[in-house]
Design a protein around this ligand. Structure first.
Ligand SMILES: NC(=O)C1=CN([C@@H]2O[C@H](COP(=O)(O)OP(=O)(O)OC[C@H]3O[C@@H](n4cnc5c(N)ncnc54)[C@H](O)[C@@H]3O)[C@@H](O)[C@H]2O)C=CC1
Ligand SMILES: O=C(O)C(=O)COP(=O)(O)O
Length: 595
C-alpha cells in the first residue's frame, strides 16, 4: 500500500514509487560517438559503459574527495578541456554535469542533452557561466557550492591588495631580469587608507574583516546587505557614488549580473579619486576593460590587480594584462588546496542529493525547501500531482485549460505553509497528461506561464490544531466543460478535492459529491440513480473482467436521488468492461481516469 509519489526532478513519465527520487534506467551499452571537432583528430569518442547508475560528467578538475563521493553513487566521467561541440555530444549520455568557471554551459548544452541532464553542479560560487534561463526551461536543476571557497577568494583579494601596493609582482620580475630597482618600486602603505568593498556578501565581508586587521578604514557598498551586519564588523555601508569617490582602494566582490555588467566604466572612473587602486577577484565583466586601460593611462587609476577577465584566458596582447601598473593572476581566487577539497565535497554532495531527488540547499533555480518541511509535505506533494491529473482528465472542452484555482485548507498560519512545491506538482499533474513536455519543480512555473496557464492559490483558514500542514487541497478548473458533468461544482468549475489519510492521498470530493477513494491505481467515477445493488452490479462486472477493485465509495446528494460512485481499480479496464458498466440502466455517466 505504498503511496506512489511525484518526483521532484523527474522526467516524464514519473518512474519512482514511494520516494521522491527519479533515477532512470540507462541502456547497458557502450556509446561511441563521432566527433565533429578538429581536436582529437576528428576521431571517435568512446563515452562509457553504462549501467543503472546515473552518469556524472566532471568537465573541470575537481578535488579527489568529491570525485570519490560521486563514484560511490554514479558512473563518473572526468573529461577535461572538452570543446563546446564535444560537451554537446557527450551531454546526451549524462544525468549530471559538474563544472567550474572555465566551462560555458550554454542553451545548446541543455538542448543537446535531450532532456536527460537533470542537474548542473557549479563547483564554486559564480554561476554566470551557466545559462540559467535555459536550465530552468529544460527542467534542469542548477546547484552551486557557495561557501567553501569564500576564505580562499578573500585571502586572494588581500594578497593582491598588498602585492599591488608594494609592487611585488613587478619587482619580482625586475630582480629576475637581473635588475635592482629599489627606487622604482617604492610602494604605498595600506594603514589608514580607505578601502571600498563593493559587494558586501560572503567574500566582501571577509575581505573587509581582514582589511580592518591591516588598519584600513573600510566602507562598503551593497544595496542588498543589512546595515547591522556591516556595523557588526565596523564597516559603514555607503552609496555607490560615495564609495568610489572616497576610496583609496576599491575591491570588487559583487556577482556579474546585467546590473553590475561594466559597472566600472568611463563615467564612474571619472568620479574616482585620482590615484585610486583597484582589486578585482569577482568577475572581469564588472569592469569595462577598455575604460580601465584609459583610466590607468590617464593616471586616474594608479594600479589594478586583477584575477578575473571578461574573456578568460585574456588575449595574449591584451593592453590591460600587459599594462605595467597592472598585476594579474589567472583566476586563482578559489585555488587553494583547502578550498578545492571543500568545494569538491560541497558540490558532490549537492549533485548526489539532487540525483536522489532531494531538494538541494544550494539550488540556484528552484525553491529551497528544508528537509523537515519536505518530509512533512511529501504525501501532499503526491496528492497535489494526482489531483491535477484527475482534474485535467475531466476536461472535455471549453476555452482550454487556462485558469486553475488551488485552495489549501489548513489550520497553520499562512506564512507557515510553503506551497511552491505543491503548486509545482499540481502544474505537473495538469500539464503532463495533455502535452509532451515534462514538468518538474524547476520548470513548473515557467512551463505554466509559457502555456498561458494561470494558477491562482488561496488559503482556507481552519480552526483547530495545526499538527498536519494541510487538511485538504482543492483544484478547480474554470471555463471548461467536463466529460463527467457531475464534476462541475455549484459555481461552474471542475472541482476535485483530496486529503491525506494515514499517509495515503485520497480523493474526497468530485464536484459537489463527497466520495472517499484512495488515489492509487486508477479510478472509475460513475454517476447513477441511487438505488440498492449498484455497488454489486459494477463490482461483479469488474470481477468477471478480472479487474481488481481496491476501493469503492458512494457519495450521494440525498437518499434515492443521484450518487457518485468512485471505484479504485488496479488494472486498466478494457473498453468492453467500461461499455458494460455504461450499459447498466441506472448509470447516468461514467469516466475512467488514469493516475
Ligand atoms: N576569483 C575567484 O576565484 C572567485 C570569485 N568569486 C566571485 O566573487 C563574487 C562574490 O562572491 P560571494 O561573496 O561568495 O557572493 P555573495 O552572493 O555572498 O555576495 C555578493 C554580494 O554582492 C551584492 N551585490 C549584488 N549586486 C550588487 C551591486 N550592484 N552593487 C554592490 N553589491 C551588489 C549582493 O547583495 C551580495 O551581498 C562573485 O562574483 C563570485 O563569483 C567567488 C569565489 C572565488
Ligand atoms: O567560485 C567562483 O565564483 C570562482 O570564481 C571560482 O572559480 P573556479 O572554480 O576556480 O573556476
Amino acid at each position: 500500500m505504498a503511496a506512489s509519489s511525484a518526483s521532484l526532478l523527474s522526467t516524464k513519465p514519473s518512474i519512482s514509487q514511494a520516494s521522491l527520487s527519479w533515477r532512470r534506467q540507462l541502456p547497458p551499452v557502450f556509446a561511441t560517438i563521432s566527433l565533429p571537432s578538429r581536436r582529437r583528430g576528428g576521431g571517435k569518442l568512446v563515452v562509457y559503459a553504462m549501467d543503472a547508475k546515473p552518469t556524472v560528467l566532471v568537465a573541470e578538475k575537481l578535488g579527489e574527495a568529491g570525485v570519490n563521493l560521486l563514484k560511490d553513487f554514479a558512473n563518473v566521467d572526468c573529461s577535461y578541456n572538452l570543446t563546446p561541440e564535444e560537451l554537446c555530444t557527450k551531454i546526451s549520455l549524462c544525468d549530471a554535469l559538474i563544472v567550474r568557471s572555465g566551462t560555458k554551459v550554454t542553451r545548446e548544452v541543455f538542448e543537446s542533452s535531450g532532456g536527460r541532464l537533470k542537474v548542473v553542479g557549479r563547483a564554486g560560487v559564480g554561476i554566470d557561466n551557466v545559462d540559467l534561463a535555459a536550465a530552468t526551461e529544460h527542467g534542469c536543476l542548477v546547484v552551486n557550492a557557495p561557501t567553501a571557497n569564500t576564505v580562499a577568494a578573500a585571502e586572494h583579494g588581500i594578497a593582491l591588495l598588498a602585492a599591488m601596493a608594494r609592487n611585488v609582482a613587478q619587482a619580482d620580475a625586475s630582480v629576475k631580469a637581473g635588475k635592482w630597482q629599489r627606487n622604482k618600486y617604492v610602494g604605498v602603505s595600506l594603514v589608514g587608507k580607505t578601502l571600498a568593498v563593493m559587494g558586501f556578501g560572503k567574500v566582501g565581508s571577509e575581505v573587509a574583516r581582514r582589511a580592518k586587521g591591516l588598519g584600513m578604514h573600510v566602507i562598503a557598498h551593497d544595496p542588498y546587505a543589512p546595515a547591522d551586519r556591516a556595523r557588526a564588523i565596523g564597516v559603514e555601508l555607503v552609496s555607490f557614488d560615495e564609495a568610489i569617490a572616497t576610496a583609496d582602494f576599491i575591491s570588487l566582490h559583487m556577482p556579474l549580473t546585467p546590473s553590475t555588467n561594466k559597472i566600472l566604466n568611463d563615467e564612474n572612473f571619472a568620479k574616482m579619486k585620482k590615484g585610486v587602486r583597484i582589486v578585482n577577484v569577482a568577475r572581469g565583466g564588472v569592469i569595462d576593460e577598455d575604460a580601465l586601460v584609459k583610466a590607468l593611462d590617464a593616471g586616474i587609476v594608479a594600479q589594478a590587480a586583477l584575477d578575473v577577465f571578461t574573456e578568460e584566458p585574456p588575449a595574449k596582447d591584451s593592453k590591460l594584462v600587459q599594462h605595467e601598473n597592472v598585476t594579474v593572476t589567472p583566476h586563482l581566487g578559489a585555488s587553494t588546496m583547502e578550498a578545492q577539497e571543500g568545494v569538491a565535497i560541497e558540490i558532490a554532495e549537492a549533485v548526489v542529493g539532487a540525483l536522489k531527488g532531494e531538494l538541494a540547499a544550494t539550488a540556484v533555480n528552484a525553491p529551497m525547501v528544508p528537509a523537515e518541511v519536505l518530509s512533512e509535505l511529501k504525501p501532499f506533494v503526491d496528492l497535489a500531482e494526482k489531483l491535477g491529473r484527475l482534474a485535467v482528465q475531466l476536461v472535455t472542452g471549453g476555452s482550454g485549460v487556462k485558469t486553475v484555482k488551488v485552495s489549501y485548507a489548513s489550520a497553520r498560519a499562512p506564512d507557515d505553509l510553503d506551497t511552491r512545491l505543491l503548486r509545482a506538482m499540481i502544474t505537473k499533474g495538469i500539464i503532463e497528461p495533455i502535452s509532451s513536455v515534462f514538468v518538474n519543480l524547476v520548470n513548473a512555473d515557467f512551463t505554466a506561464k509559457q502555456r498561458g496557464l494561470r494558477i491562482t492559490e488561496e488559503r482556507i483558514l481552519l480552526d483547530g490544531s495545526p499538527e498536519s500542514p494541510l487538511e485538504f487541497i482543492q483544484v478547480q478548473i474554470a471555463n471548461v466543460e467536463s466529460k463527467f458533468a457531475s464534476a462541475i461544482s455549484e459555481t461552474g468549475e471542475i472541482k476535485v478535492e483530496g486529503r491525506v489519510k494515514d499517509g495515503i492521498p485520497h480523493l474526497t470530493k468530485v464536484g459537489s459529491f463527497e466520495v472517499d477513494v484512495s488515489l492509487e491505481g486508477s479510478i472509475i467515477l460513475c454517476r447513477q440513480v441511487d438505488q440498492p445493488g449498484m455497488i454489486g452490479k459494477v463490482g461483479s462486472i469488474l470481477g468477471e473482467e478480472n479487474v481488481n477493485v481496491s476501493f469503492m465509495s458512494v457519495g450521494r446528494v440525498a437518499p434515492r436521488k443521484h450518487a457518485v460512485m468512485a471505484i479504485g481499480v488496479d488494472e486498466q479496464p478494457s473498453k468492453q468492461t467500461l461499455k458494460r458498466i455504461g450499459e447498466i440502466p441506472a448509470v447516468e455517466e461514467f469516466v475512467y481516469l488514469k493516475l
